[in-house]
Design a protein around this ligand. Structure first.
Ligand code: ADP
Ligand code: F6P
Length: 478
C-alpha cells in the first residue's frame, strides 16, 4: 500500500454543500494537487468557536479525508488576523513598514501551531508524507518533531520571501523563520525567494550547498528549492471553451455592445496594486480620448481579511477612485469601470477571462499569481487576448512573453494597455503560444510531483546516512 499524503494548511477547500467559491491561490492549487491522491487535508474549518470539539471534524470525499478544527476568537484574532496577516503577510510582501507586531499575537501564533500539531499528531501514521503550506504554519514541523514524528515533512511558501534585511525586522524572527529548518524540504515559488531565504540563514550558521541547495543548521539538513506553482491548464482551457456559452458570460458579452473588455481579478488586498492599476486606467482614458466609450474595465475583487485596518482602508480608497473615474469619464450609456466585490464560480471566471481582450495583472508583489496563468490558459489560440503583467509577480519569471510592466509607473501601464488593445493578431499569437505550451507542461500535477519527489529524495539521503551509521555501529561493536 503506498503512503498517504497529509496536507496541512490554514485554509482548507473542504467539500461545501453551499457551493461557495473560495478565492485564494493556495486553496485552488492544493485542491487541484489533491485530485487523484489518497490522503488527508487538515486545517482550519473557517469557523470561530469558543468551545471547539476535541476531535477534528472529518468528511470524506473521493479518496481524501478533510479534517478541520474550529478556532477560538482569541486564536482567530492573534494567530490569523494578528501575526499571520498583520505581521508576516506585510513583511514577506516587502512591506515591513506595515507590520503591527505584538507579543500577544506571536504567543497566539505559536499556540495555534501547537494546537494544529496536537490534533494532527493523532492522525499521523508512520509511513505518511506530510506537506505543510504557507506562512501560517512555519513552526509546525518543529512541533511535530517534538512529538516524535520522524516522517518526511515538506513546507511550501505560497507567498514571496523578502530579503533578509526585511525579514529581520520581525521581532524574534529566528523563532519563526529559523523553525523552517525542521522541515526536510522547503519550497518557494521562485529562485529569488529561495535565495532570499538561504541568505537569511547564512548568519545563523547555515552552510549553503550547490544546486539543489542543502543547508545545514545545528546538524539538521534541509533542502531548499524553487517549485513554481502551476494550474490545471488543460482542464481550465476546456472549461473556458465551454463556459463562453454560459448565461452569465453571454449576458456580459451582450452588455459590452461590441466594446473591448479589460479584466482584473484579485482578492481585495493592498499587495495586488489595484489602486495603482485604476490610476493607470485613469491616465489611459485621459491620454487617449479616442478609446473612451470603446472599452470597459471589469475589476472583480472579492473582499478579504476585512477585519484588518489596511484592508478596510484599501476598500475605501478603491471605491472612491472607481466613483471618481466613472463620474469623470462615464456617459449615460457607458460605465468605464465595473467594480464587483463578489466571488464567482470557476466556470464563470474561465468564461470571462476568455471573453476579455486584455488582463491587467499588476500586483506590487505576489508569490506567483494564478490569475495570470488562468487568463493565459483560458484564451482561444486562434484569437488570444493579451496579458499585461507586473514584473513583481512570481509568474513573470515564466510568462515572459506578456507585456511586463512596473506597476508603480502608471505611464508604462497605460502605454501597455494601449499596446495590448491595439496589438495585431499575429503578435498576440506569437506571444501567447509559447506561454500556453509552457503552462501545459508545467501544470499543477508537475508542481506536486516535483515537490513530492524532491521530498522523497531527502528521505532517501537521510535513509542512506542512517544505514551508514548502522553499518558503523555494527563494525564498531564487532
Ligand atoms: P492569492 O492567492 O493572493 O489570492 P492568486 O492569483 O495566486 O492570488 O490566486 C487567486 C485564486 O483565487 C485564483 O485561482 C482565482 O481564480 C481565484 N479568485 C480570485 N478572485 C475570485 C473571485 N472573484 N471568484 C472566485 N475565485 C476567485
Ligand atoms: O496564496 C496566498 C494566500 O494567503 C493563501 O494562503 C490563502 O489561502 C489566500 O491567500 C487567501 O487568503 P485567506 O486564506 O486569508 O482568505
Amino acid at each position: 500500500m503506498s503512503s498517504r499524503l497529509i496536507v496541512v494548511s490554514n485554509r482548507v477547500a473542504a467539500p461545501d454543500p453551499g457551493n461557495r467559491h473560495t478565492a485564494g491561490g493556495l486553496a485552488v492549487a492544493v485542491k487541484a494537487a489533491m485530485r487523484n491522491r489518497t490522503g488527508v487535508w487538515f486545517g482550519w474549518s473557517g469557523k470561530i468557536n469558543d468551545d471547539p470539539a476535541e476531535e477534528p471534524l472529518v468528511q470524506r470525499c473521493n479518496k481524501v479525508d478533510y479534517a478541520v478544527i474550529d478556532l477560538s476568537e482569541a486564536d482567530f484574532q492573534e494567530y490569523y488576523n494578528g501575526l499571520a496577516n498583520r505581521v508576516l503577510w506585510p513583511i514577506l510582501h516587502y512591506r515591513g513598514d506595515l507590520q503591527e507586531y505584538s507579543r500577544a499575537d506571536q504567543t497566539g501564533y505559536m499556540r495555534v501551531n501547537r494546537l494544529f500539531a496536537e490534533k494532527l499528531s493523532e492522525l499521523i501514521r508512520d509511513d505518511d508524507v506530510i506537506w505543510v503550506h504557507d506562512y501560517h504554519l512555519m513552526p509546525l514541523a518543529r512541533e511535530l518533531r517534538a512529538r516524535g514524528h520522524g516522517n518526511p515533512i515538506g513546507f511550501f511558501l505560497h507567498i514571496p520571501c523578502a530579503p533578509p534585511d526585511i525579514v529581520q525586522t520581525l521581532p524574534h524572527h529566528e523563532d519563526i523563520f529559523g523553525a523552517l529548518t525542521y522541515y526536510d524540504l522547503v519550497g518557494f515559488q521562485t529562485e529569488r525567494d529561495r535565495d532570499n531565504f538561504a541568505h537569511y540563514l547564512t548568519p545563523m550558521g547555515a552552510t549553503l550547498g550547490r544546486n539543489p541547495m542543502t543547508i545545514s543548521v545545528d546538524g539538521r539538513q534541509t533542502r531548499l528549492g524553487a517549485f513554481p506553482v502551476g494550474i490545471e491548464t488543460a482542464a481550465f482551457a476546456r472549461l473556458s471553451r465551454f463556459s463562453m456559452h454560459s448565461r452569465c458570460v453571454e449576458d456580459v458579452r451582450e452588455s459590452l455592445q461590441g466594446r473591448k473588455l479589460v479584466i482584473g481579478v484579485d482578492r481585495l488586498d493592498y499587495s495586488k496594486g489595484i489602486l495603482h492599476r485604476i490610476n493607470a486606467f485613469d491616465r489611459f482614458l485621459d491620454e487617449h480620448p479616442e478609446w473612451r466609450s470603446k472599452v470597459v474595465f471589469l475589476q472583480i475583487t472579492p473582499r478579504s481579511r476585512s477585519d484588518i485596518k489596511e484592508y478596510i482602508a484599501i476598500e475605501d480608497e478603491v471605491t472612491a477612485m472607481v466613483g471618481k473615474i466613472n463620474g469623470r469619464y462615464g456617459e449615460a450609456d457607458w460605465t468605464p469601470l465595473r467594480y464587483i466585490n463578489r466571488p464567482y464560480s470557476r466556470t464563470v471566471l474561465a468564461g470571462l477571462y476568455r471573453l476579455a481582450d486584455v488582463a491587467l495583472v499588476t500586483p506590487l508583489r505576489d508569490g506567483m499569481n494564478l490569475v495570470a496563468k488562468e487568463f493565459v490558459a483560458a484564451q482561444d489560440r486562434a484569437d488570444p487576448g493579451v496579458l499585461v503583467l507586473s514584473e513583481f509577480a512570481g509568474a513573470s519569471a515564466e510568462l515572459d512573453r506578456a507585456l511586463i510592466v512596473n506597476p508603480h509607473e502608471s505611464e508604462a501601464v497605460a502605454a501597455a494597455l494601449r499596446q495590448a488593445l491595439e496589438m495585431p493578431l499575429e503578435e498576440r499569437q506569437r506571444r501567447h503560444d509559447p506561454m500556453m505550451d509552457h503552462l501545459l507542461e508545467y501544470d499543477i500535477d508537475h508542481w506536486a510531483e516535483e515537490f513530492l519527489s524532491a521530498l522523497g529524495e531527502t528521505r532517501h539521503r537521510s535513509g542512506l546516512l542512517e544505514s551508514l551509521r548502522g553499518l558503523f555501529a555494527v563494525s564498531l561493536g564487532g
